[in-house]
Design a protein around this ligand. Structure first.
Ligand SMILES: [Ca+2]
Ligand SMILES: [Ca+2]
Ligand SMILES: [Ca+2]
Length: 121
């Protein structure tokens, strides 16, 4: 599969801070293109399922050497060393699929302030 630029941008926008801005109704940091990349069914909101599916794909996309874990090199373009260490819950220097999904879903739930499992622009 060819790497898509918009995908990487959307991921960068999500894994880093701007999804917080998005959830708070501040479009700064996330374009409509990025939002629409996640809103697969065009409902105008990003559901928990849409987010999870996107992030499962993101993990595979980021894992360029296909060893089922992310190194700091593989995530250097989207994560600072501090963010990488935060994601590496067991501190083994690699982020595995579970650590990645735990972190991004925790982000989702933190931003879903009204608890309806939907993020709105
Ligand atoms: Ca949707
Ligand atoms: Ca890897
Ligand atoms: Ca780890």
């Amino acid at each position: 599969m060819k790497k898509s630029l918009s995908f990487s941008l959307a991921l960068a926008a999500l894994v880093t801070a701007p999804v917080l801005a998005l959830a708070q109704g501040d479009p700064k940091g996330m374009t409509w293109e990025q939002f629409n990349a996640l809103d697969k069914d065009g409902s105008g909101t990003i559901s928990e399922g849409e987010y999870y599916q996107f992030m499962e794909g993101a993990f595979i996309e980021l894992d360029t050497n296909r060893n089922s874990s992310l190194s700091s090199d593989e995530t250097a373009h989207i994560l600072t060393p501090e963010q990488f260490n935060q994601m590496d819950a067991n501190g083994d220097g690699r982020v595995n699929r579970q650590e990645f999904l735990d972190q991004v879903m925790a982000d989702f739930h933190r931003h879903d302030s009204d608890g309806d499992k939907q993020l709105r622009p």
